[in-house]
Design a binder for this molecule. Structure first.
Ligand code: NAP
Ligand code: ZN
Ligand code: ZN
Length: 334
């Protein structure tokens, strides 16, 4: 079938509409008519080939919301007309220990929505229906997309780092991922401290539920943050002053990266050793984690703060994300 999609022809180029061929496999694929698609910073890393793994023409978009139009023979949990969300992952082997353990996101055969096919900046997304999630009625379509990548990434990262409520959680970077991390951590019963490089976001972070907001730059803080944190989640898409944040962790505390630094980490071991602290990183979340995240977002009213743009203004929206001027997630509307 033919779809109309916004494509990047090469690294760091603008997007333009093209007609593309896609072929549903008839078995597991679903055809989703896209109504909304969030813009994640990973779309920008991919458009710019920051990770050296982009294939062109590239169709970005992995925070997809739409209506199912067709389902393959083996798809029984979805019907034509259902409203679904689709995130970063479009495939996995579904047979390895990770997949069987509910961690499809860790599968060696994992396939990305925009690394192994065309993404959601398009009229339609054609992809494996086993990675499409029916959306709870209480979550509006304009809010749902960002939950499918930003939301699950911070929810999965915090859960995997040991968040269970009653802890002190730090969040570095109050962007698309970070503002949802503040909201989830607060809704799930934690004390939250937001770390931002943007002074205007400090008040917003508190309005969103943070108990404290600290402005940071190059490992310096505008004032000493209060008590140590049990978990600090970094959502920054660039390198941070890792040692300065390790020093803010409690004993047995965890610094968890979900944002991707642009340089290898360089860290003195002693601040980790003497307090038995850990550093980890976490990719998105498995299917059962996504289902739990959607349930908690619905139950606690966790929703992204969005700026909407028509699909044809995608370049304008991407530029605002690149320059850290989006407040707080850009969503393209078909
Ligand atoms: N692990 C995963 O599975 C996964 C999934 C999705 C995205 N990601 C990655 O997560 C990162 C964030 O994505 P996003 O969509 O949230 O991006 P975003 O909306 O651009 O937000 C990132 C925030 O990080 C802060 N920041 C930006 N540049 C910085 C710098 N040089 N130093 C320190 N802080 C900086 C800014 O917050 P302040 O203004 O508050 O400082 C910015 O708003 C990206 O690297 C993306 O690829 C990973
Ligand atoms: Zn993403
Ligand atoms: Zn697997």
């Amino acid at each position: 079938m033919k779809i109309r999609a916004l494509t990047a022809p090469s690294a760091r180029s603008g997007l333009s509409f093209s007609e593309m061929d896609v072929n549903p496999d008839g078995e597991h694929d679903v055809v989703i008519r896209v109504t909304h698609c969030g813009i994640c910073h990973s779309d920008i890393h991919m458009i710019d080939n920051d990770w050296g793994m982009s294939n062109y023409p590239l169709v970005p978009g992995h925070e997809v919301v739409g209506i199912v139009e067709e389902t393959g023979r083996a798809i029984t949990h979805l019907r034509s007309g259902d409203r679904v969300g689709f995130g970063w992952q479009r495939g996995a082997c579904l047979q390895c220990a990770d997949c069987l353990g509910g961690n499809e996101n860790l599968c060696d055969a994992s396939q990305g929505t925009i690394t192994h096919g065309y993404g959601g900046f398009a009229s339609h997304l054609v992809a494996d229906g086993r990675f499409a999630f029916p959306l709870p009625e209480g979550i509006p379509s304009v809010s749902a997309g960002p939950l499918l990548c930003a939301g699950i990434t911070v929810y999965g990262g915090l859960r995997s780092a040991g968040m269970r409520g009653g802890q002190r959680i730090g969040v570095i970077g109050i962007g698309g991922l970070g503002h949802l991390a503040v909201a989830f951590a607060r809704a799930l019963g934690n004390e939250v401290v937001a770390f931002t490089t943007s002074e205007d976001k400090a008040k917003f972070a508190v309005d969103l539920g943070a108990h404290e907001a600290v402005v940071h730059r190059d490992g310096e803080f505008d004032r000493p943050p209060g008590k140590p944190c049990d978990i600090i989640l970094s959502t920054a898409p660039a390198s941070i002053a890792t040692s300065a944040f390790v020093n803010l962790l409690a004993s047995d505390g965890t610094l968890c990266f979900v944002g991707v630094p642009d340089k290898p980490l360089s860290i003195d071991l002693f601040p980790l050793l003497v307090k038995r602290r850990r550093i980890m990183a976490s990719p998105i979340g498995g299917r059962s984690m996504i289902t739990s995240m959607l349930r908690d977002a619905d139950r606690f009213g966790v929703a992204p703060v969005v700026e909407t743009f028509p699909m044809c203004k995608a370049d304008e929206a991407l530029e605002k994300v690149r320059s850290n001027r989006i407040r707080y997630r850009a969503v393209l509307v078909a």
